[in-house]
Design a binder for this molecule. Structure first.
Ligand SMILES: Nc1ncnc2c1ncn2[C@@H]1O[C@H](COP(=O)(O)OP(=O)(O)O)[C@@H](O)[C@H]1O
Ligand SMILES: [Mg+2]
Length: 721
């Protein structure tokens, strides 16, 4: 990670938020966040911590914001600053099918040559870096950035793992949180906000995360995070703390280590054995007795702060991890990886396992003598090394003492060594490329529409490659469905069959249902990720276009499987194209309805809405037996114009009849009557039924897809800022 070009201070004055119902949830919060410092925002539940961060970052569009925020004393406005801002949401919004990052440097190098590898190795963090850095940053530098992020967040060992989700576990919860943060770090933000990044983590993992972030702050980043009841070791890693009282008012903003003495001088009774963070919360809630004011109420703290705030000094020496804590973090990292290192689960590592480990790290077959020598060094002469041997060895490598002396501070050099801040010569060279820019990095132009489209499409493809089992299941279901319908219609799809119109009707309804329901996931499942990216300045149009293009392949695969099986089973006396072309067009048009519905209706109701719409809007309204009543050039006809089947069915029907007439085959009277009904429509004479159908279905697909785009862009606006 490089130093930020322009450090940013954030000055906020009388910040407040009034909700639409008139309730004020934040009031008069003032202060400054300084660059190179990490601030903890603390307060009781519901005090308005999340709200404060939303207001500060311009995300609280759901209410009336008051007060002012100035970046570098007004030199930068919020709109410009947003590009240099990272916001880590409380929930981990990550791409579950992607790996944490590209697998290894050698593959990455190869990727430029091999297309297939390229598509496989574009991953979570790299995509984030690619989308959110200025467009002319060379890929090689972005790869270095990703490497730095992995180092700083201690994720190098999981970089090849698929993230996974609730249903399919990939990496652990703590690692997921780190990926969530890494996604923002990859954008190289100057200001970073985080909402409870340690919730749900054990104390060592929390320490690991906060310690990593504290190292980032040292690179002139301004970091503010909401944190819930941290233990003392964690609390003391913060430079400053902002305490918010109930109702969203400031109680204290200053050095974290000075908070306790501030309140004790106000008369709050100190509790020596208590965790200071818990004690502060007790002071805010009025549980702690006050020695100086018998009438003390927590509400008085707001006014006391207003009178004292100018006397608080922000100069404070930063605390480093103690050797004991550093060791705990290290043990945690080795524990996480132990199962992979100790392949035979014997509890120790022998020469063979060590050779494998070295091979994974160095990508070359290590010399047996080198392995034996290393094992000797790690284990101190034994034939195998235990977990503890590994920890001691790594400590030795870092140049720090093993924490025999409890609480001894780790030397600053040892800490810097683990920070991953020592850039390679290559990085320095690449950074020099960027250094000639005089304006802040985040004001440089980002990737344009086409580049974003390309990046999202490649990312989609990487995910696509990992969804094969889901896709096979889907194809299996489609096979089942088309086989069922095909068997029912066997031998009755000829021109002499009374059932022909009804069979075609059912065939198209089935296809439209499959396609529409399976397309719901395109904008349904991924909505939180989309909102996060849209808020980060990714173009909605680029995201939309790439996702639609990506889904086209799925629709084609499902549609053609369905049509092929049906065609083989029913063997109608027409060429395959007579079924394939209208079928694929119906599938695309139905998919566009799926997109539209998924952007407008809540995900929980989207399936019901789609099934109802396709059955009624496209199915019942496209019922061929009533067409002679409906197609009369009047209002009813306008209503059924949107029915996909009303257009697709006559395409198939007329082609079948024309072919039968050409061969002088017998045609059922009922089929002729239905066919005639379609000839009575508004555009009669101008186009053949085939061309009319083509035109109508293509237009429907385009128009409804466009409506879906508007739906995506203009619904949930407040989540996209
Ligand atoms: N979008 C919203 N609509 C209605 N009430 C909200 C909204 N956001 C926050 N609030 C209310 O504002 C108060 C503070 O919320 P929040 O900032 O999330 O608290 P904290 O993060 O400190 O726990 C709560 O009472 C909450 O109910
Ligand atoms: Mg909150």
């Amino acid at each position: 990670m490089s130093r930020k070009q322009v450090p940013v201070s954030i000055k906020f004055n009388e910040l407040g938020l009034r909700l639409v119902d008139g309730r004020s949830v934040l009031e008069g919060v003032s202060g400054t966040f300084l660059p190179g410092r990490m601030v903890a925002i603390m307060g009781p539940s519901g005090a308005g911590k999340t709200t404060f961060m939303n207001v500060l970052s311009g995300k609280a569009t759901y209410g009336q914001m008051t007060g002012q925020v100035a970046f570098n004393d007004g030199e930068l406005d919020l709109l410009t600053m947003k590009q240099g801002m990272g916001f880590v949401p409380q929930d981990d919004i990550v791409h579950e099918q992607l790996t944490v990052s590209n697998s290894d440097p050698a593959t990455r190098r190869k990727k430029r040559l091999e297309c297939l590898v390229l598509l496989k190795t574009w991953e979570n963090i790299f995509f984030s870096a690619k989308l959110r850095n200025p467009y002319n940053v060379p890929d090689a530098l972005l790869e270095e950035v990703v490497e730095d992020v992995l180092n700083v967040m201690q994720m190098t060992h999981i970089q090849g793992s698929v993230v996974g989700g609730v249903e399919e576990r990939g990496i652990s919860g703590g690692q997921r949180k780190r990926v969530n943060i890494g996604l923002e770090l990859a954008a190289r933000p100057t200001v970073l906000y985080l909402d409870e990044p340690t919730s749900g983590l054990d104390s060592t993992s929390s320490l690991q995360v906060i310690n990593s972030l504290s190292k980032m702050a040292r690179l002139d980043m301004t970091i503010a995070m909401v944190i819930h009841q941290p233990r003392y070791p964690l609390f003391s890693l913060f430079d400053d703390v902002l305490l918010l009282g109930p109702g969203g008012r400031t109680v204290y903003l200053g050095p974290s280590l000075g908070a306790k003495s501030y309140f004790t001088t106000l008369g709050s009774l100190a509790a020596r054995e208590m965790n200071p963070a818990d004690w502060l919360m007790d002071v805010l809630s009025g549980v702690v007795p006050n020695e100086q004011l018998s009438t003390f109420r927590p509400a008085m703290l707001f006014d006391i702060w207003n009178s004292k705030k100018d006397s608080i000094s922000r100069d404070q020496v930063r605390r480093s991890l103690t050797a004991l804590e550093d060791s705990a973090v290290l043990v945690n990292a080795i524990e996480e990886e132990w199962a992979k290192i100790d392949k035979d689960s014997s509890g120790s590592v022998d020469a063979k396992e060590l050779a494998l480990l070295l091979q994974t790290c160095g990508e070359q077959h290590p010399h047996p003598e080198a392995v034996a020598e290393m094992l000797h060094q790690i284990s101190g002469g034994k034939e195998f090394a235990t977990k503890q041997d590994m920890v001691t060895f790594v400590h030795r490598l870092r140049g720090s003492e093993h924490p025999a002396a409890k609480g001894a501070a780790v030397s600053p050099t040892a800490n810097a060594g683990t920070a991953g801040t020592q850039s390679s010569d290559e990085t320095q060279r690449l950074l020099a490329l960027e250094a000639h820019h005089t304006q802040p990095r985040f004001t440089l132009p980002r990737p344009g529409f086409c580049q974003q489209c390309g990046i999202v499409l490649k990312r989609r493809f990487a995910m696509f490659m990992r969804e094969t089992s889901r896709r096979m299941e889907e194809v299996g279901l489609v096979l089942l469905c088309s086989t069922g319908i095909g068997l029912m219609h066997m031998g009755s799809n000829g021109p002499n069959s009374l059932d022909l119109p009804g069979n075609l009707h059912m065939f198209f309804i089935g296809l439209a249902l499959l396609s529409a329901v399976s397309s719901l996931k395109v904008f349904g499942e991924d909505r939180p990720m989309f909102w996060r990216e849209s808020a980060n300045g990714i173009s909605v149009a680029a995201f939309f276009t790439a996702r639609c293009l990506g889904n086209m392949f799925d629709v084609l695969l499902l549609g053609s499987t369905y049509i092929l099986i049906y065609f083989i089973l029913t063997r109608p006396p027409v060429p395959y194209m007579v079924y394939l072309i209208p079928g694929i067009l119906v599938a695309f048009a139905a998919a566009s309805w799926g997109y539209l519905i998924s952007t407008l209706v809540q995900p929980q109701n989207a399936t019901t809405a789609t099934v109802m719409f396709i059955l009624v809007g496209c199915g019942i309204l496209g019922n061929p037996y009533r067409m002679s009543d409906l197609i009369d050039g009047g209002a009813k006809e306008v209503m059924i114009a949107l029915s996909l089947i009303r257009w697709a069915l006559p395409m198939c029907l007329s082609a079948t009849i024309e072919r039968a007439q050409g061969k002088s085959l017998c045609i059922d009277l009922n089929v002729l009557v239905v066919h005639q009904a379609y000839h009575n429509d508004m555009s009669q004479g101008k186009y053949t039924l085939w061309n009319q159908g083509l035109l109508a279905l293509v237009c429907t697909s385009i128009l409804v897809t466009f409506a879906a785009f508007l739906g995506l862009k203009f619904t949930n606006r407040s989540k996209q800022v």
